[in-house]
Design a protein around this ligand. Structure first.
Ligand code: FAD
Length: 291
């Protein structure tokens, strides 16, 4: 029996209009040389300009750079009409892969009723535009809204049954938690490929933001030591953050992960560094086992 070669893919986000697209377009040209399996483009769930941001960027990546592209679509604040329009816009530019999301509920802003959960969006896409490939998000350490991991995995099973062909995880720093989650998914009958989301930590602000927003993500002692020791030494923090991510990826690939989805933060140096440090592992051809 042979195991599939894992994929390395990247995530980028549409920059703020004040920042502009120029820097990201240059970064993407450099990322193109690394031949990622696909690039996914995030979408904001509190701005309604998805056509000018996510769709436009996905169009560029897919059609100008010839890299398979996934468009994120958080729908909690969208109506069915708006989602149908967005599907049409994606159809027109030939982007037929969607990461279907609920999106975060913003305190003080009442969600619309059309898509309460990602599952509702997946069912809608599969009915309105069945030729789209739909991917779902998952949380190795449980989604913060879930009372426990078991109910979260039961909900994940509903999401996969609604039509997800694969899953991408939230970032995590403890691979053991990911493996435990994978095992539980198998027991729950979730059999689609799970791509592991890895985010290299490059600076103190990013680390502080993460610690605040990802309260459910376990920080292993080894990782906390890096944050503590190099808090005021940006160069060392960056070097150690990248090395930690590479170490995580080496372990994931060695243990036959389906794919690694790298949160690049639009930074081509991150993509370049990780790609070159792990390239051989992603190209490794398993030997045929003679039974
Ligand atoms: P859901 O799958 O709907 O789950 C949300 C909660 O509801 C969970 O607790 C779940 O257990 C529960 N639940 C699900 N289905 C049911 C059901 N049928 N009955 C009862 N409970 C249920 N956000 C953005 O705004 N833009 C992005 O581009 C973006 N990209 C992301 C990419 C990845 C890989 C990940 C992991 C997250 C991303 N997010 C993004 C964040 C995401 O939108 C939030 O985490 C959001 O809070 C949950 O979205 P979801 O699609 O996972 O929700």
């Amino acid at each position: 029996m042979t195991k599939q070669t894992p994929s390395l893919s990247f995530e980028v986000f549409p920059p703020n209009p004040e920042v502009g697209n120029a820097k990201l377009l240059r970064a993407l040209e450099n990322m193109q040389e690394l031949a990622p399996h696909f690039i996914s483009v995030t979408a904001s769930n509190n701005k309604y300009n998805i056509k000018e941001t996510t769709v436009a960027l996905a169009n560029h990546i897919q059609n100008e750079l010839s890299i398979p592209t996934i468009a994120h679509l958080p729908a909690i604040y969208l109506s069915k009409e708006k989602v149908a329009d967005t599907l049409h816009e994606l159809d027109q530019v030939g982007v037929h892969r969607i990461l279907a999301l609920r999106g975060d509920i913003i305190p003080g802003i009442e969600p619309l009723k059309d898509f309460r959960y990602a599952t509702d969006l997946i069912e809608f896409i599969k009915t309105e535009a069945p030729h789209f490939d739909v991917i779902g998000a998952c949380y190795p350490e449980g989604h913060p809204d879930s009372p426990n991991q078991i109910s979260d995995i039961q909900n994940l099973k509903k999401k996969v049954d609604a039509g997800c062909s694969s899953l991408v995880t939230q970032l995590f720093f403890d691979n053991e938690r990911f493996y435990d989650f994978q095992d539980k998914c198998i027991l729950a009958g979730i059999d689609v490929p799970i791509h592991a989301g890895v985010m290299p930590i490059l600076n103190r602000n990013q680390a502080l933001r993460l610690l605040k927003t990802c309260e459910n993500v376990h920080i292993p002692r080894k990782f906390k030591a890096i944050l503590d020791k190099y808090e005021h030494d940006p160069e060392s923090l960056r070097a150690a953050g990248l090395a930690y991510a590479v170490d995580q990826i080496v372990d994931l690939v060695t243990q036959d992960v389906a794919g690694v989805h790298l949160y690049t933060m639009n930074n081509e140096d991150v993509a370049y560094h990780v790609h070159h440090a792990t390239k051989a592992l992603f190209e490794h051809q398993p030997k045929l086992e003679v039974i």
